[in-house]
Design a binder for this molecule. Structure first.
Ligand code: F6R
Length: 614
């Protein structure tokens, strides 16, 4: 959580830092601030709320000209989101300004230690404690880099710290442990930031940092060491997406743009996955076929929308590979003493690659000797770096807080993984695998057809703009789709929404059905007659009790259509792949409803894109 930027160069530091923060606002938007060193002291501006509040503050009280500075956009952990708790935090002696992403878990002990020496914090934050420690270290004669090397190892938890010392205002120093930080290398200017989006308009040359490293930047130099001061290895890389990809491309919301990017994102995720003979090749996978043949259980761990992608994957993987597959919320996994072994393949799904719950679960699994394969959208992020293997989804940056193309490309990666395992373990014939891959390759066009046919969703959003409660039902792979539809509505429209396995209805939730209650029902394709018939019976049951049925069914499914108050038609596709299509109208519906309600679709209240605390 939180977006941080540091800059040293030849431009106005305030302008560069604030424009970088704007591109990181998806990481948190409780408050924003910027600080520079001028005339031997730190000067800062910070405001609760979105960056527009900081802009107004800077317009009213401009900061002095400076060519180096630090900035922050916050997702509150310690202390309410007000001006006082906004970053940067400045040490009592006015020397050091610090911005921080993460949580310092031993902050109370350190605060008591400082209190015993007469230092009284002015904010409620853990960050200020670290700022005070740095301030004292530089006052004792250490340069900021040395001070950072002294202070960072004393902090427990996850953090990225970026600081500037007013006595040396042309240098910015950062440290990283378990929180994201990348370096941007420019011409006569250098950057540090949570994400390349912050500096991509200035440079596409970046350096990936490892754990427990300190980086010092000036306009002309980047120096990376470990916490002991030894030179540290770094990995330079070139960012292959441009600024336009991070902008809205003519849509009102990033989310809407990202929903419409799904055909391309799915196509990109499928690109180059098989050889001329049609056999799947997953180049990024660094686990040998022999090891994969030994696997006796698969455990998928993920959070939120990624967890629902994992639920779909379970149906596909078990069906294609006949290998037991469990799906578990990452936040629950390591706390229940799970049974995993060196023969367990743990699959971690994460769009951002920074979700703390998932990262901690990965570490636990690796400690037990399991191999971890991650499915991730963010190159160079922590989760793939800490995994034994990775399948990247090539969705491009996902900025809208609600995941959309992240989800559908995760599904594609899960299908590819399932089919690859089936190929390696010989549980499916090559022609059977090729047939599914061929069907997957039709999905970009089919998703485009769903996107081209939005009239019914628009009318529905008009009609339901005042709804207080909406239910979603599905069976088999339609069940996770129902859960995902409900999650999208909760997070964007802030209304009560729940997803159920349709068969569970009669065991309790049917009591919720009342006259006029909108209920979305995901109807499986008719290929599996029993499943289809059961869901149609469920629609009967709720209609008889007055529900307004919004039925998602394949085109020409006249039986399902006959029970629909409103029909959302889907192209014909096989059962296991249907979630790729059925999720799309639900994403659009949530986006439309929230837009009509006047909500901020890209930055829903209380949420952040990248959840880097447990
Ligand atoms: C919902 C949403 C979240 C994320 C969850 C995991 O729209 O985006 O539920 O899916 O926080 O995030 P990642 O996939 O980045 O690990």
């Amino acid at each position: 959580m939180c977006g941080i930027v540091g800059y040293c160069g030849h431009r106005s530091a305030v302008e560069v830092v604030v424009s970088g923060l704007r591109r990181l606002e998806y990481r948190g938007y409780d408050s924003a601030g910027v600080a520079v060193g001028a005339h031997g002291r730190i000067v800062e501006a910070k405001k609760a709320g979105k960056i527009s509040n900081l802009d107004a503050e800077l317009a009213a009280h401009p900061l002095p000209a400076a060519t180096a500075g630090v900035g922050h956009t916050r997702w509150a952990t310690h202390g309410p989101p007000n001006d006082l708790n906004a970053h940067p935090h400045v040490s009592e002696n006015g020397r050091v300004a610090l911005v921080h992403n993460g949580i310092v878990e031993n902050w109370a002990t350190l605060r008591d230690e400082l209190a015993a020496e007469g230092v009284v914090p002015v904010s409620d934050t853990d960050t200020e404690i670290a700022a005070q420690l740095l301030g004292r270290a530089v006052a004792d004669g250490a340069d900021l880099t040395t001070a950072m090397r002294q202070v960072a190892p004393r902090l427990e938890g996850a953090f990225t710290l970026v600081a500037v010392d007013a006595a040396h205002p042309d240098t910015v120093v950062a440290a990283r442990r378990n929180s994201p930080l990348v370096v941007g290398v420019g011409d006569g200017e250098n950057f540090v930031a949570s994400d390349v989006a912050a500096f991509i308009e200035h440079t596409r040359d970046a350096i990936e940092l490892g754990q427990d490293q300190v980086v010092t930047i000036t306009a002309d130099a980047v120096t990376v060491t470990d916490f002991d001061g030894n030179d540290a290895p770094t990995t330079p890389y070139h960012v292959d997406w441009d600024l336009a990809a991070a902008e809205k491309g003519g849509f009102d919301w990033f989310m809407r743009k990202e929903i419409h990017e799904q055909p391309e994102a799915i196509a990109n995720t499928l690109l180059g996955r098989h050889d001329a003979a049609g056999r799947l090749v997953l180049d990024e996978l660094r686990i040998s076929e022999a090891e994969l043949r030994l696997v006796d259980k698969i455990v998928i761990i993920a959070c939120g929308t990624s967890f629902y992608a994992g639920m779909v994957a379970k149906y596909a993987i078990e069906h294609w590979t006949r290998t037991p597959c469990e799906v578990e919320l990452a936040s629950e996994f390591r706390y229940r003493d799970p049974i995993v072994s060196p023969r367990t393949l743990v699959v971690a799904i994460s769009q951002s690659g920074e979700t703390a719950d998932t990262l901690m679960a990965i570490r636990y699994a690796r400690e037990q000797g399991s191999k971890v394969l991650s499915i991730c959208n963010t190159n160079g992020s922590t989760i793939p770096r800490e995994s034994d293997a990775v399948i990247y989804t090539h969705a491009g940056p996902e900025i809208g807080v609600a995941s959309t193309k992240g989800f559908t490309t995760q599904l594609v990666a899960c299908y590819l993984l399932g089919l690859y395992l089936a190929q390696v373990r010989r549980t499916k014939y090559d022609d059977e695998i090729a047939a599914v891959v061929a069907e997957l390759e039709t999905m970009p066009d089919l998703v485009q057809r769903v996107l081209d046919d939005q009239d019914a969703v628009m009318r529905l959003a008009d009609e339901l703009v005042d709804a207080h409660s909406v239910l979603f039902l599905g069976r088999h792979v339609g069940y996770p789709v129902a859960l995902e539809g409900a999650l999208k509505l909760k997070e964007l429209a802030y209304i009560h929404a729940e997803g159920f396995a349709a068969g569970e209805l009669k065991h309790g939730p049917i009591a919720l059905i009342e006259q006029g209650l909108p209920v979305f029902v995901v109807v499986p394709p008719r290929g599996r007659d029993q499943l289809h018939g059961k869901v149609v019976s469920n629609i009967h049951e709720i209609r008889a009790r007055g529900a307004r049925t919004i039925v998602l069914a394949e085109e020409d499914d006249e039986v399902a259509a006959g029970h629909a108050s409103i029909l959302l038609s889907l192209p014909k596709v096989s059962t296991l792949l249907q979630p790729l299509l059925a999720a799309v109208p639900l994403q659009l519906f949530a986006c439309e409803l929230a837009t009509r309600q006047g909500n901020d679709v890209d930055q829903p209240r209380n949420l952040a894109k990248s959840v880097t605390v447990e």
